[in-house]
Every structure is written in C-alpha cells, then in structure tokens.
Design a protein around this ligand. Structure first.
Ligand code: ADQ
Length: 467
C-alpha cells in the first residue's frame, strides 16, 4: 500500500487565540501560526480572555474563519488569579527569565495552574483525533501534553516554549520542577528559541531526572523518547516590510522625523515588562547625556512601552520607577526646546509601528533576558536598505544568535549602553548599510512561516497518513 501525503489537520493550543489576519497586535507568533492554519485548515484552542463567576457559567465559543475553527473557553475568576496572574506570571515568567528574586512560590496557585491545564485538555479532547498534529504553546501549558496523554490521546504532540529555559540550578528552585519537566516529556517534539535553551533543558533531563541525551536532540527517560531542538522564531519579514512602506507608516515616519528635526532619533518598543531592561536602558541613555555634553540637544529617545499585566505589583512598580527615572533625566537635562526622553504607553497599529522603526536612526533592544525578541527583527525589516538605522541588541536576547551584526551590548552596564549609543550615532552610512545587509539576510531567511513549517515537519516526522 502506498503512503499518500495528506496533510494532517493542525490543532494549535495557546493561552490567547487569534487573530487570523495579519493586523493583529500579537506579532510573529500569531502571524506564523495564522499562516499555517489558513493553509492547512485546523483548530485554534485557548482562553477567551473572559471570566465567568464559576465553572458552571463558563462558556465555550466557536468562530469559524475559512477552514479554521477558533474555539475559546472562559476561565473562572479563581482560575484567572491562580493560573494567569498567579503561577504563570508570578512564578514561571520571572523564574524562566532568571529572576529568582521576583518568583513567588505558592502551592495554591500551582494547583490551580495544573487544574486549568487538566480542564482545558478535557475540553479539547472531544474535538481532536489521533491523526491531528497538536501543537501546544508556551509557559501557560507545561502540563497540557501529559493531561492529553492521561485522557488517552495517542497522536503527535508538539510543544514550543517562547521564553527562555534557564540552567537546572535556576529551574530547580521551583518546587514542582521535576514534575513539570517530566510532564513536558509527554510531548513528542519540544521546541526552544535557542541552542542555549535547548541545552539547559537537556541538562535538566539528564542531570536532574537521570535521562539520556542522544543524537539530533533525542532525549530518553524510561520508556519515553522526545526530540528537543532549537527552532528560532521569525517574523513575516516581507509583510512587515510592506507595512513599513504603507501610507500609514509613511505618516508616522514623517511625524517622527519632524519632531526629531536634525536630532538623532532613538527608539525602544517593548511591553512594559521587567525582563525588557527598560530601567537599565534609561540609565544607559542618562549616562550618555552625563558623560557627553556634546550630545545635548542632538539626541532624543522615544520609548514605546504598552502596559502589560498591570494588575501585578512588580509591573506597577516598574512603571513607577521608569516614569520617575524619565522625569529625572528630563528634569536634569531638558532645555526649552529639547525633551530628551518620552515614554508612551499606548498601543500602535503594526503599520504605524513599522513607520516609527523606519523613521528612527537607532533602536535599543536591550532585554535582560528574552526568548527571542521580535522587535529586533521587525526593526531590521522596516529599514530603508539605502539609509538604514542601527540596531543595538542585548547579548541576552535569543535574537542575538542570529543577529550578530547588531551592536551587541551588556544591558546591565550603563557604560556599555552609552558607548554603543555613541558608536551608533557616529556610524558612517557604509558601515550602517553593511551591517544592515547582513541582518536583513538573517531576518528574511528565517521567517515566521519557515519557523512554523520546520517545526511541523519535525513533528510530522515521516509519518504520512495511509491512503
Ligand atoms: P514578547 O515578550 O511580547 O513575546 P516580542 O518578541 O518583542 O516580546 O514581541 C512583542 C510584539 O508586540 C512585537 O511584535 C511588537 O511589534 C508588538 N508590540 C510591542 N509594542 C507594541 C505597541 N505599542 N503597539 C503594537 N504592537 C506592539 C514573547 C517572548 C519573546 C518572543 C515572542 C515570540 O517574550 O522573547 O520573541 O514571544 O516567540
């Protein structure tokens, strides 16, 4: 009997679902997945973003777009607090970003987190069958694969972690670390952003759990075999470049150049999150002004930082600190016709954002830790290759592995940041073009669609469905 290649249905599980068009604010993740779902048809399953008073009142919604069903379910208030605002964002997010100092360990929220993984898996189970390719995303759903297996799912199960996976010494601080990593082995393929993340995960499996590492990312523990590899995520580079050339982008580019006049415009674009190194970045900019009076009146810094998880104290505290520091820098250095720092918390459309990137001479992407960082890639895609801006990139962003031609900095060092800014401001057009050409190749050669297809090819393995 000949095996005929028939594409399996793709089932995506992620905390937030959609959008399926390319206008969404979610960036590369949604774009890459939406692309694959539009092509293959499938199911996208996750949280509705709404809460219900109790489990009985929680609703399930289905929206059909083309060949794709978007299925979402509500969470209870208790689940929102224990799962999303609790274990996911007070424990796992800081821990996996190497911030043990901020991680809270609470058994109550851990139980709710596991409960949500179990309940969501139970709701998905009747909607899928063994021929489907199920692809689960991110730190909200570490136990999801194990739950589906418990319910009897025997098909192919993949997982992609969008954020870093730190070394075993850090992960071990999590009381549930062994359970959590063992549960991840229920998947067939585990994807990480970088080789470092993959190696850290493999180190946990071998050193802490007693598993074995083989060829091509194979990890074995008892009777389980899992393939763990790095699949660096990309952006829809051509689509983003088109955005940068749209009339809306053009208006924003013009506006930015108008307010900059003959000054060097520096931008940063990040969710307001402590992992993004915003305070350290501002200190670096402050250091530049302090030590180089010739830059006064000649540079200005626009930080776009939409509010994120504002209910959590660590995020509220960050906002206060950032605004205080910006006020301090402006108070000290501003003149009647020059305000060195502006912070904006409002969201922008993707076209507007593309225009802002294109209008900037320097982009600061200086997270203390970041799984990948799509802003770095978007900035590169949005530049005019004839007169491109300069990317200053943290050595601790996953994107650093592919974007080595950026100016690489240690985001903790104000001196290093100030020095990189000096270099960026003074960089000659030839060097800007040379660096940008290399960065552009990297961004256009590994797009969101490539990421998605590479992962799915490994997940699909050579298992074709019989005719
Ligand atoms: P994030 O931590 O959200 O993503 P990032 O990769 O930079 O970080 O993506 C942010 C996205 O939001 C970008 O597409 C950006 O354009 C968009 N955005 C930011 N500010 C905006 C604004 N004001 N208006 C509109 N859009 C805005 C997580 C991980 C990353 C990883 C991604 C994808 O933390 O490390 O790169 O997932 O895997």
């Amino acid at each position: 009997m000949s095996a005929v290649e028939r594409e399996r249905r793709l089932v995506v599980v992620s905390n937030r679902v959609g959008p399926l068009d390319d206008e969404g604010k979610a960036g590369g993740l949604a774009v890459g997945l939406a692309d694959a779902l539009r092509r293959r048809g499938g199911l996208w399953f996750g949280w509705s973003g709404d809460t219900a008073e109790n489990a009985a009142a929680a609703k399930e919604k289905t929206e059909i777009v083309g060949d794709t069903a978007l299925v979402t379910i509500d969470m209870t208030e208790e689940e929102l607090n224990g799962f999303y605002l609790g274990y996911a964002n007070r424990t796992l997010w800081p821990l996996l970003h190497y911030r043990l100092d901020l991680a809270e360990f609470d058994r109550g929220s851990e139980a709710i987190y596991r409960g949500v993984n179990a309940r969501f898996a139970e709701r998905l189970m009747p909607l899928i069958d063994a021929d489907d390719l199920v692809w689960v995303h991110d730190y909200h759903f570490f136990f999801f694969g194990a739950e589906l297996r418990r319910l009897g799912f025997s098909g192919r199960l993949g997982y992609f972690l969008h954020i870093p996976f730190p070394p075993p010494e850090i992960v071990s601080a999590l009381p549930a670390a062994h359970d959590l990593v063992s549960a991840m082995l229920a998947f067939d393929v585990l994807g990480f952003q970088t080789e470092t993340d993959r190696a850290n995960f493999a180190a946990f499996v071998t050193r802490e759990l007693g598993g074995e590492a083989g060829e091509d990312g194979l990890l074995t523990l008892d009777d389980r075999e899992v393939v763990a590899r790095a699949f660096p995520i990309g952006i829809d580079a051509e689509g983003f470049e088109r955005f940068a050339l749209s009339p809306e982008a053009g208006e924003h580019e013009e506006m930015l150049r108008d307010i900059a006049r003959d000054r060097v415009q520096i931008v940063g674009v990040d969710r307001m999150d402590y992992s993004k190194g915003l305070v350290e970045r501002l200190r670096g900019f402050g250091r530049l002004l302090e030590e180089h009076p010739d830059t006064h009146g000649r540079v200005q810094f626009l930080q776009i930082a939409p509010l994120s998880r504002a209910e959590l104290e660590a995020y509220a505290a960050l906002r206060r600190e950032l605004e205080e520091l910006a006020g301090h820098i402006n108070g000290r250095f501003a003149t009647l016709d020059w305000t060195p720092v502006t912070i904006m918390t409002r969201p922008f459309t993707r076209r507007a954002l593309a225009g802002i990137y294109r209008g900037a001479r320097v982009c600061l992407v200086t997270p203390l830790r970041d799984g990948m960082n799509l802003v770095a890639k978007e900035f590169v895609a949005a530049q005019d290759p004839g007169d491109p801006g300069v990317l200053v990139l943290s050595r601790f962003a996953g994107a650093r592995a592919e974007l080595g031609e950026a100016l690489i900095v240690n985001p903790h060092s104000a001196d290093d940041l100030a020095k990189a800014l000096r270099t960026a401001i003074a960089m000659e057009p030839d060097e800007r073009r040379r660096r940008h050409a290399a960065l552009r190749d990297a961004v256009f050669n590994n797009t969101a669609a490539d990421w998605c297809e590479t992962f799915l090819a490994v997940l699909e393995d050579d298992l074709k469905l019989p005719a």
